[in-house]
Ligand binder design. Structure first.
Ligand code: FE2
Length: 341
């Protein structure tokens, strides 16, 4: 299994993850053979990279941080919630709580407990995948910061809905495009807008505050209020840090994506000034440095693909050779020179 640019995919390859429509429907199932017409369709949908199997016998799983059924349901609920915001209808609180509980349960059940995906966002599904990623990351970080079950639920909820105030902004739903001047103005307002919507729906103030404060930064350089570190609740710092990380690992027209290790380093460089160091440390423990499908060069010059990754163990496969596996644990990670794809 590899994460490859669309233009390098041949008709001998198989899809290693399902592809969803924005309403959560499965458009292409995992293990579908990638014919030219499927590839054309995926390109039209805005995909630039996919996870693929090079042989139908490959068993390594690439489910990402959530099971397909839960991911699909969560995308559908987000999609409906954004439409309700635009139509000025009240949110379906019960439906949202149900799906967030499903996400939380799924993340806590995962043995590896690590965020293990590169980037499968497109221009059209950015806000849905971004919200889900931020939700999963925030849960993992909050777990490392020892929050209890009820607190994890509140954090998951606020993270899932943190960008709801962007419902009216075209380029946020199509985030890969550059921002128009009007959008830049609206972006500044989305935090307060999100807060108002969540308060009106009846969610607790600390959940609504996560939408309000996720762009505030330690040194007061954030928005909308320019709060400083001591005045920003930990919930909001978690979602703000997860939000920045996921934006960094996403591909956009005006900025190339960073790999997980580069994004982490960048955030660590800004910890204390912009981000709370203990929150950034929790992020480091929650993210796979070399995620599934990425390629690494070992110090002896050999290139291998990551086919399984946890916080403490990596399984590396020689490209195209299903049985030639190398297992690296803990200290052995220093045998990796750098990531190459
Ligand atoms: Fe935001």
């Amino acid at each position: 299994m590899r994460h490859v640019p669309l233009k390098e995919i041949t008709e001998e390859m198989f899809l290693a993850h399902s592809v969803f429509g924005n309403d959560g429907r499965v458009l292409l199932k995992k293990r579908t053979k990638l014919t030219a017409s499927f590839l054309q369709r995926l390109e039209k949908m805005g995909y630039t990279h996919l996870y693929v199997y090079e042989s139908p016998d490959e068993q390594w799983d690439c489910t990402g941080p959530l099971r397909d059924r839960i991911r699909a349901e969560a995308m559908r609920v987000l999609w409906q919630s954004l439409i309700r915001v635009v139509e000025r209808k009240p949110l379906d609180e019960e439906q949202i709580l149900f799906v967030v509980e499903g996400i939380l349960k799924n993340v806590l059940q995962e043995e590896d407990g690590i965020f293990n995906i590169i980037d499968i966002k497109t221009a059209d599904n950015y806000i849905y995948n971004h919200s889900l990623n931020v939700c999963v990351l925030s849960i993992l970080m909050a777990k490392h910061l020892n929050f209890n079950q009820d607190e994890l639920k509140e954090i998951a909820l606020g993270a899932f809905l943190h960008d709801l105030g962007k419902a009216h902004i075209q380029s946020s739903v199509k985030k890969i495009q550059a921002l128009s001047l009007l959008d830049t103005v609206l972006i500044k307002q989305h935090a307060k807008r999100g807060f108002d919507i969540l308060k009106e729906t009846g969610f607790p103030a600390k959940v609504a505050n996560m939408a309000y404060q996720h762009h505030e930064r330690e040194d007061g350089s954030g928005y909308p209020l320019g709060l400083i570190g001591v005045d920003i609740p930990l919930y909001s710092k978690i979602v703000g840090t997860a939000d920045s990380f996921d934006a960094m690992i996403s591909r956009r027209v005006y900025r190339e994506l960073r790999w997980n290790d580069q994004a982490l380093q960048e955030l660590e460089g800004e910890s204390s000034t912009k981000y709370d160091p203990k929150v950034v440390a929790a992020l480091r423990r929650s993210v796979a440095l070399y995620p599934l499908g990425s390629g690494v060069e070992l110090i002896d010059g050999e290139v291998r693909v990551v086919v399984a990754a946890s916080a403490t163990k990596l399984i590396l496969q020689k490209p195209g050779e299903l049985t030639d596996l190398l297992e690296l644990t803990g200290d052995d990670f220093s045998r990796i020179k750098k990531r190459v794809f």
